[in-house]
Design a protein around this ligand. Structure first.
Ligand code: DSN
Length: 409
């Protein structure tokens, strides 16, 4: 087999893996054929540094139209007049570029920490954000809810230049208006990272940071928005120039015009009424699955969920997140280990797992399938506890998974 055949054979293997597994990673989804077509198109050949109408290279008149269309379409998704930059290659880059637009190195950011459910780029000491800026963290309470009293106290103490709201592993509604009030009280800018909940915001299933008057809003396009991998930055019009120059030439070179076209396709899809119905099912399925875990005796961080994900705290079961993730991999169920509030284990081990319903809802799984999946996961936990996670168990769990998937076609 040639090296190229080997690459395509591995892609086929991955396609088969995706098709036979139950995908519960809260940040993943399955894109449409049209998103794939645009992402795999000849636009990958084009260099287009700059912005529509102001490029550094020739031959950009067609990609200009695509990027303009993309920008306008994303404003429609969120019913907003905010400026949007569609060039960020990822959510992490979008966050770095948003900071660079309004902060200087050493400025203070008030943010939530990674172990409370935030993202690495929200100021983790091992990330550029924690190295470049002075980051002060607000906390969640003992049940895992964002503690708005702590946000206000810390904001009054540290007088941040920027307050950051948003998370990667937070199962509840975030009160953007309460953040806005605190930011106004201390004269801070308010940035919100909606990478996870963007689809819910678009579908009206989560309060909108646009309506709350947040200054900068970043997102990825590939989680609940079901688009290609990439980022977006929205900002109030008065910050548009600063944001655009922070993206290019500040942080990036040539934009990925094939991905921008795929983002445009995803935006058109997100404006279709069927997208709202999809997101409502994601949320309903998440509640059904979370309720089943509670019924089976598990502790969930915050006691449940309002969105597309929940966190199972396995402390009581004395099973680590890592052990369960690895065991479920063998049973064709994919999820990720996750820290829980007051985590005692390292981030590579953890005491919990994160479960999301966006991807399998796209595949057509309904509440029954999610409840059945919760029961397979419960059996895996019990097998680990009883030292009975063996070949026989794996074979029977895989058969259960295959049957659940067969029911969705
Ligand atoms: N890795 C993403 C997630 O799983 O939430 C965040 O970037």
């Amino acid at each position: 087999m040639s090296d190229i055949q080997c690459i395509f054979s591995l892609i086929e293997e991955e396609k088969a893996r995706q098709s036979r597994t139950i995908e519960l990673i809260a940040s993943e989804n399955f894109v449409s054929e049209n998103v794939l077509r645009a992402a795999g198109s000849c636009l990958t050949n084009k260099y287009a540094e700059g912005y529509p109408g102001k490029r550094y290279y020739g031959g950009c008149h067609i990609v200009d139209r695509i990027e303009d269309l993309c920008r306008e379409q994303w404003k429609q998704v969120f019913h907003t007049d905010y400026h949007v930059n569609v060039q960020p290659h990822s959510g992490s880059q979008a966050n770095g570029e948003a900071y660079a637009a309004v902060l200087k190195p050493g400025d203070t950011i008030l943010s939530m920490s990674l172990d409370n459910g935030a993202h690495l780029t929200h100021g983790s000491p091992v990330n550029f954000s924690g190295k470049l800026y002075n980051v002060v963290f607000y906390n969640t309470d003992d049940n895992g809810f964002i503690n708005m009293d702590d946000v206000r106290t810390k904001a009054l103490e540290c007088r941040p230049k920027l307050i950051l709201a948003g998370a990667s592993a937070y199962p509840r509604i975030i009160d953007f208006k309460a953040f806005r009030a605190i930011a106004d009280e201390v004269g801070a800018l308010l940035m919100v990272d909606i990478a996870h909940i963007a689809g819910l915001v678009a579908a009206g299933c989560h309060p909108s940071p646009f309506e709350a008057g947040c200054d900068i809003i970043t997102t990825t396009t590939h989680k609940t928005l079901r688009g290609p991998r990439g980022g977006l930055i929205f900002c109030k019009p008065e910050l548009a120039k600063k944001v655009d120059s922070a993206v290019f030439p500040g942080n990036q070179g040539g934009p990925l015009e094939h991905i921008i076209a795929a983002k445009a396709v995803a935006a058109v899809e997100a404006c279709d009424p069927s997208f709202t119905a999809y997101i409502r099912s994601v949320v309903a399925n998440c509640r059904a699955m979370a309720d089943e875990f509670i019924r089976l005796g598990y502790d969930l961080v915050t006691g449940g969920t309002d969105n597309h994900l929940f966190l199972v705290d396995l402390t009581k079961q004395n099973v680590t997140g890592k052990a369960l993730q690895n065991a479920l991999d063998e049973c064709d169920i994919t999820l990720n280990k996750n820290c829980v509030p007051n985590e005692k284990r390292s981030p590579m081990v953890t005491s919990g797992v994160r479960v999301g319903t966006a991807a399998m809802t796209t595949r057509g799984m309904t509440a029954d399938g999610f409840v059945a999946t919760a029961r397979v996961i419960d059996r895996a936990v019990k097998a680990l506890q009883a030292d009975a996670f063996n070949e026989d168990f794996i074979a029977s769990a895989k058969a259960d998974v295959a049957a659940i998937i067969a029911r969705i076609g």
